[in-house]
Design a protein around this ligand. Structure first.
Ligand SMILES: *Cc1c(COP(=O)(O)O)cnc(C)c1O
Length: 395
């Protein structure tokens, strides 16, 4: 454990040595690559979030890690769930989650999928488009509808850009139509971008939300009751963030400033901040090579890459802490990291230079930390014949 990723940070910034040893032991004899999810860490992260946002109702965004054991654990702790499709609805219902604890948070929905959700008892839906409101009115009469405003996700490491939400002026119109169409205009949602490192983004979104609450009440007699603060809360990667306590303090202050004592119901939809640090991908170094006889830099190829777990290395957006196991040299060298498939896109980090021990060799195991979110289900299916990543849960 000699390398510091080039970030100047050792393992202890991310987990204790005991936690690391436990994962190492657990992975012994298992064929790489695989993800190990620590359920006790998931529980710890959930409890931490609850403590920091005591007034918030947590809707876990299950796309971040749709593993049964994780969903069951969060359900047992009182979490609600944000789903995006009929399959996700079926999954949480099968695990005993009642439909009242489900929010259909995807604004992009087929009419038949809305009908399915409604038939299963789901009564809370997101929207950001007039045509979607008409589909909801036909297939989910009387349901609560929250309307998503657009945030471009500036400063987020994984921005959700312009794909979701609509301008407040359009939302204002949509809210009226929701009311007329026999649905309940329930609240406003936004997502400031995943791994959002600029807390001020919530301030902007909350201010726009306040404008909508006020103008709809004053001009149209429509009283909204809920704000959905979305995801975007941080996990620990190489690029530093403020701690969760600072996020909570600031976001709470923004809410107080804009809503005072008339605080609406508050929902949060965490994915990454609960899951990321609970997972470690264990991978093997397949090859170490140089591109010419005079080249300085080595290419290091892992058996995990963009298509089997590490898609969020796209544009080097998320920089995972990576540690090589074993008694290794304290001296390090800069490397380019890549995955195993025959696609050049499957290069993980080339611009940002990771440092690994000078004496790494083929067959060594590398541990990619903070990989519990957006890995297990964010995989291709047998691209180049490589299996989707296996995953295990441990206590
Ligand atoms: C993915 C998603 C989330 C989770 O975001 P994180 O940044 O991972 O916490 C929350 N809400 C919605 C609507 C999402 O699509």
């Amino acid at each position: 454990m000699a390398n510091d990723n080039g970030s100047g940070n050792g393992l202890e910034r991310y987990m204790t040595r005991e936690e690391f040893e436990k994962i190492k032991q657990f992975g012994k004899g298992k064929e790489t690559p695989f993800l190990v999810v620590s359920l006790s860490k998931v529980a710890q992260k959930y409890d931490e979030l609850k403590k920091n946002f005591p007034y918030g109702k947590i809707y876990f965004a299950i796309k971040a890690c749709p593993i049964d054991e994780v969903i069951s654990l969060l359900h047992a702790r009182g979490s609600c769930f944000d789903v995006a499709s009929p399959n996700e609805i079926d999954k949480v219902l099968r695990l005993g989650v009642p439909p009242e604890k489900i929010s259909f948070g995807n604004t992009i929905k087929k009419e038949r999928d809305i009908a399915y959700a409604y038939q299963k008892g789901v009564r809370l839906f997101a929207t950001d488009a007039p045509s979607d409101v008409e589909k909801l009115a036909r297939q989910a009469p009387g349901s609560k509808v929250f309307m998503r405003i657009m945030c471009e996700g500036g400063n987020a490491d994984w921005p959700l850009s312009k794909k979701f939400g609509a301008h407040p002026d359009l939302i204002y119109k949509i809210a009226q139509r929701v009311q007329e169409a026999g649905l309940i205009p329930y609240g406003v949602s936004f997502h400031v971008g995943s791994q959002q490192r600029d807390i001020g983004q919530w301030d902007n979104a909350i201010a726009q939300t306040k404008y909508l609450f006020e103008s709809l009440r004053k001009d149209k007699g429509i009283t909204l009751r809920m704000i959905n603060l979305g995801g975007g809360l941080p996990a620990s990667y190489i690029q530093p963030t403020q701690p969760l306590t600072t996020y909570a303090k600031e976001i709470t202050r923004f809410l107080r400033e804009d809503f005072g004592d008339n605080m609406p119901e508050i929902l949060i939809e965490p994915g990454r901040s609960i899951m990321a640090e609970a997972g470690v991908i264990v991978t093997e170094i397949v090859m170490v090579s140089k591109k010419s006889t005079s080249a300085n830099i080595s290419w290091v190829y892992f058996d995990a890459g963009k298509f089997n777990g590490l898609i969020e290395t796209m544009n080097e957006s998320i920089k995972y802490p990576i540690f090589v196991d074993g008694p290794k040299s304290k001296e390090t060298k800069e490397v380019i990291l890549a995955g195993p498939s025959c696609d050049s896109m499957d290069t993980l980090y080339e611009t940002y230079k990771y440092k690994l021990p000078k004496d790494i060799k083929e067959g060594d195991r590398a541990y990619v930390l903070s990989t519990g979110a957006y890995t297990a289900s964010y995989c291709s299916v047998f691209f180049n014949g490589f299996s989707p990543m296996k995953f295990y849960v441990m206590d």
